[in-house]
Design a binder for this molecule. Structure first.
Ligand code: ATP
Length: 352
């Protein structure tokens, strides 16, 4: 990470973009360091693509500033920003071979055919398509077409690579293979990359940092493990992984009473008042259960591989989910009574 921590390649400074009464992007600030891969993650309509289009120079109707290498892009057109893009839809030229597609940007820039052919061939090798260079898009699978699109975006040696849901049209297996490939290539070339996705797992597995977006706002930008373990807002906690919301109340300013358990949360939510009703957000793996003669009832068991998710009826409106190692889960049958214990390290508390 050390080579990624200095300087900035891209800066968004308080960028706002509205469409009539809709604010697609609100006061959006973000820095991409050299060689960093940042994902923008969020539900449909949260403003991810808007941010990407503004950086690419396709959408210039915004307030605030975008800089590349410290230089304001306000008067720099899309074709002068030195940005490579890959979109969701396969966007290859249908009448050109893979090699010609990859070499296209170089041809436009006047690179001679020998140099262009060599560069395109090398890039097709890099994306694992050295053997398919003479095929046309219709003779390639969806995953292969996106590899060509990636090679084409990289051919011009862009300063920044933008990927807009490049995997969403592919089936699950190809998708997970190709995302590993993208990460490998991105790291090998050290290219600064902004990746847009609504797929939490995709963002969490390939990024240095993930920015979680909600209704035009960047709610949190952090390393994947921090987003999961230390979400700053309930939206982030809910969007990144499964979370229980359990009702409780503040016994004192630093202790919450929840499921007959007193938790010290002095590190977590300093602004809450004694007696206040709250919701406690708890990850399933922070809940442990032991057999008991009364208490919550085991209602469901879902095998997830090494872990099993257990649905518990604790007399609340919603089930509480615990995730325990599958070996341990064998001890519990549906109908059993259990005592629930919540680990304090990753709980969040919010006012109701
Ligand atoms: P998706 O994952 O569905 O592509 P997104 O997070 O990329 O969503 P954006 O495409 O950035 O979302 O859109 C953000 C908001 O701006 C949405 O409410 C959208 O309807 C609105 N919007 C985007 N482009 C336009 C436009 N050209 N005209 C009007 N509204 C627009």
């Amino acid at each position: 990470m050390s080579n990624k921590s200095h300087g900035s390649v891209v800066e968004f400074e308080s960028v706002t973009r509205s469409f009539g009464s809709i604010t697609a992007l609100r006061d959006f600030s973000l820095v991409l360091h050299p060689g960093e891969l940042i994902s923008l993650l969020g539900p449909s309509g949260c403003g991810k693509t808007t941010a990407l289009r503004i950086l690419a120079g396709i959408d210039k109707d915004h307030t605030g500033l975008v800089k590349i290498d410290g230089k304001p892009m306000t008067n720099v057109g899309a074709n002068k920003r030195n940005i490579g893009m890959v979109f969701q839809a396969y966007s290859l030229f249908p009448n050109m071979t893979a090699l010609e597609n990859v070499g296209y940007g170089l041809r436009v820039r006047g690179v001679d055919s020998t140099a262009r052919g060599k560069k395109a061939k090398d890039l097709l090798e890099l994306v694992g398509l050295g053997e398919q260079s003479n095929r046309r898009p219709t003779e390639l699978s969806g995953g292969q077409q996106q590899r060509v699109a990636l090679a084409r975006a990289l051919a011009i040696e862009p300063r920044v690579l933008l990927l807009d849901e490049p995997l969403s049209a592919l089936d699950a297996q190809v998708r997970s293979q190709l995302r590993e490939e993208i990460r490998r290539i991105q790291t090998t070339l050290g290219i600064t990359t902004l990746f847009v996705t609504h797929d939490q797992e995709e963002a969490m597995t390939i990024s240095d940092r993930v920015g979680v977006m909600n209704k035009g706002n960047l709610e949190q930008i952090d390393a994947p493990s921090n987003l999961y373990n230390k979400p700053l807002t309930p939206f982030v906690a809910g969007f990144v992984g499964l979370t229980n919301y359990i009702q409780g109340f503040m016994e004192s300013k630093s202790e919450v009473q929840v499921l007959n358990q007193l938790l010290d949360i002095s590190d977590h939510s300093p602004s809450l008042k004694k007696g206040e009703e709250v919701r406690v957000l708890v990850r399933p793996e922070s809940i442990s259960i032991t057999k008991a003669s009364s208490g919550a009832t085991v209602l469901t068991k879902s095998f997830l591989g090494p872990m099993t998710r257990i649905g518990l009826d604790a007399g609340l409106k919603e089930l509480i989910y615990a995730e325990v190692p599958s070996k341990e889960a064998k001890k519990f049958d549906t109908g059993d009574h259990v005592k629930i214990s919540i680990g304090t390290d990753s709980v969040m508390v919010e006012s109701v």
